[in-house]
Design a protein around this ligand. Sequence first.
Ligand code: SF4
Length: 486
Amino acid sequence: MKLYLKGHWELYAVEQLQMQLFPDEPTETVDKPFGSGDGAVSSLSEGKRWITATAKVTWKGKTAKACRRISVRDGEDVRLRRRILQQTYFLAATKVLGTTPAWGALSGVRPTKLSTWHMQEGGTEKTADRMLRDVYFVTPERRRLAIDCSLHTLQAQALLEEKDLSLYIGIPFCPTRCAYCSFVSQSIEKFGKYLEPYLEALIKEIAYTGKLLKDSGYHIRSLYMGGGTPTTLNAAQMKRLLEAIREHFDLSRCLEFTVEGGRPDTLDPEKLQVIRQGGADRMSINPQTMSDEVLKGIGRSHDVAQIYDAYRDAVQAGFQVINMDLIAGLPGDTAEGFLSSVRKVIELDPGNITAHTLALKKAAALYYARHDLPSGEEVAYMLEQTERLLRNAGYEPYYLYRQKYMSGSFENVGWCKPGTMSVYNIYMMEELHTILSLGGGGMNKVNTGPNQLERFHNPKIPQDYIDRIDTILRQKDEIFSILNSL
Ligand code: SF4
């Protein structure tokens, strides 16, 4: 689908919207007017008193137009110009589509940022709701989700102190690869030989970063070990890693320490005890579905009975909060099947439940063999009913994010029982403070000012991480020289 911009250069803002609203039509940006056929023209013109945005969208033989304007004075604010361009595109596109997407004209990964900013600047829930409705055309259900999450963000923000940051430690290995996975995680079957040298390099980075942290006066507010599946490490390796963390980092002001034990087949009572005694107080055990058949279809090498065992063992090991992930839209699943999974997980009574929507990227094996996927309408119904079940069971939405290529363009929502939200998830997703990343696959995000970030990538592939560990330590020097200058 062609896209032609006239009188402005806001390609990203308009293109993201086009990709979101027409996910099956690859966007082709053109630099001159095109004749007939599917496509859109987004224009901006400036007169003496008004700045006018117009959009004309043609799709499958239907054409619609929309127009919005702001005063020249308001147009000095680049965000307002961008806004009218997005609004006109959205209004014209939804006319030809005949439907309105759940998140309206919001195309970004973090739709809650807008309501959070609004309330940080003194707005109320009511005015935030109005802004999401009138400016971005967000549906009532999503407005409520966004505002509930923003309220938790404000609570998490109140817990922040000067000179604190959060830490992410990545273990990009898994026992086997799930069919829907697009992460760089390496299956232990093929790449197990790299696990030991990886751990050595990681402990080196932990020791080095620990010293930089001590010298800088910064302290750790939350700690998250993710992956991959960190519990791919055996109990002895996990013990070594946790000992290194405690030796080199001062965790006295750390509010929570989570270990992702995503795959139940990597958990046993001994390993869970090691993790709990090693200082972690939160564990994530991710069923994705409570159907053996669906599990088989997505290439998970465990069954539902192992999920129950892992959950019971984690409770016995004394974890204060357990999170469980589910995915709506998996191949072979149905609305009835998914809601049965939700009910079974609720019965276990974990502190947190994260309801994901399937996002299929090209790096996933399932992308090339996708069939039997529930439709966008079915996924919408699954999410709507999931929300009802979770709210009735006393859970509240506390953070959310969207990804490209999601079924129905919905969202992933973290739900929590009151008082159990994971502040790490909020700090990371809402970019409230610096996140230091250690290990392969992570990204350091250094907050250099209000809504300003500098990003530093760690190598994605474990082999590169091992080979380039000295360069990574130099990068940590660079990061701390920025932090120390703030
Ligand atoms: S457990 Fe997660 S990271 Fe590992 S293969 Fe499956 S989806 Fe990917």
